[in-house]
Design a binder for this molecule. Structure first.
Ligand SMILES: [Ca+2]
Length: 267
C-alpha cells in the first residue's frame, strides 16, 4: 500500500472516531440537560441533581447494552425442573408455613391467594436469597444514556425519573438501592413505575420493599388492582394478571405450576 493511501485511511479513521466521540458527547450533554429539566419540574434543584449524578458510586453498566438474549428453551426446562423439584417445593412450603401470619392476612385483606404471592417471590428472588447486585440508579442511567433504541431510552428515562422521585419523597439514598439488571428491586422486584401499588404493610410508617410484609401486600395489591385477581381459581383473568406482573408466558406458567405445588387451586 502506498504511503498516500495509508495516510488517507488513517485520516479517515481519525476523523470518523473524532466525529463519533463528539456526537456522543453532545448527545450526552443534551440528554442530561433534558433529564435535569424534567426532574427540576418534579421539585429537584440543579445542585441536588449535580450531587446525585456526580456521586462516586455512579457507573456505567456496559453489560446491559447489546442484543437481548434469545429465549432458550433448554435453559427454561432446566430451571422449571429445578424449581419444581422436591427440595425446592419443600423450601416454598416451609417458607409459607413460617410466614403464614403475613400471607394469610394478605390473602384475607387483599384477596390474592397466598401461594401465588410466595410463588412470585420464589421465582423473582428465590425467597429473598437474591435481590440483585445492580444499583437501580445505574441501570436506568446507563440505559438512558447508552441504549441504542429510542424507545428503550425513553422508557429508562421515565423509570429513572420515577425512581428519583420515590427516593426523594421517601428519603432514600438513590445510589444505595440494589436490584436486578432490569432495575427491579425488593422481594416483589417492582420497577419504579409500579411503586404506586407499594404499601406499608407492617404499618411502621415506611414503605420498604425489602421488608417481607410490605412486599407481600404490595405484590398482592398489584395483582388485585392492576390485574383484577380473582381469588381461588386459575382463569384467563388471573393469567393476564400474572402476565402484567412480568410480561412472559413462561413466567406465567412457572408461577402457576409452583403455586400449585404449594396447594393453590388444589382444593
Ligand atoms: Ca413498612
Amino acid at each position: 500500500m502506498n504511503k498516500f493511501l495509508q495516510g488517507i485511511i488513517f485520516l479517515f479513521i481519525f476523523l470518523f472516531n473524532q466525529e463519533g466521540n463528539l456526537f456522543a458527547g453532545e448527545n450526552n450533554q443534551a440528554g442530561r440537560e433534558n433529564l435535569f429539566q424534567e426532574l427540576m419540574k418534579k421539585g429537584f434543584t440543579r445542585q441536588e441533581l449535580e450531587n446525585i449524578f456526580s456521586d462516586n458510586r455512579v457507573e456505567v453498566y456496559n453489560s446491559l447494552i447489546g442484543p437481548f438474549g434469545k429465549e432458550n428453551e433448554k435453559k427454561r426446562q432446566k430451571y422449571l425442573k429445578f424449581l419444581l423439584s422436591d427440595a425446592s417445593v419443600q423450601d416454598g412450603k416451609t417458607f409459607l408455613l413460617t410466614n403464614d401470619n403475613i400471607f394469610s392476612d394478605v390473602e384475607k385483606e387483599i384477596g390474592v391467594d397466598k401461594e401465588i404471592i410466595v410463588s412470585v417471590f420464589k421465582v423473582e428472588t428465590d425467597l429473598g436469597r437474591y435481590f440483585g447486585n445492580y444499583r437501580v440508579f445505574n441501570v436506568y442511567n446507563t440505559l438512558y444514556f447508552k441504549s441504542h433504541s429510542v424507545k428503550k431510552k425513553e422508557w429508562a428515562k421515565q423509570e429513572l425519573i420515577c425512581f428519583l422521585v420515590i427516593c426523594k419523597e421517601n428519603g432514600f439514598d438513590p445510589l444505595s438501592i440494589f436490584g436486578s439488571s432490569a432495575g427491579a428491586f425488593g422481594w416483589c422486584q417492582f420497577l419504579p413505575s409500579s411503586w404506586k401499588y407499594a404499601c406499608d404493610g407492617n404499618n411502621d410508617g415506611v414503605i420498604d420493599l425489602f421488608n417481607l410484609t410490605d412486599a407481600a401486600y404490595s405484590a398482592a395489591i398489584f395483582l388485585k388492582e392492576r390485574g383484577k385477581w380473582q381469588e381461588g381459581e386459575w382463569n384467563d383473568r388471573n393469567k393476564q394478571a400474572i402476565f402484567k406482573y412480568n410480561r412472559s408466558l413462561f413466567y406465567v406458567k412457572t408461577v402457576r405450576l409452583y403455586a400449585e405445588k404449594l396447594g393453590f387451586n388444589q382444593k
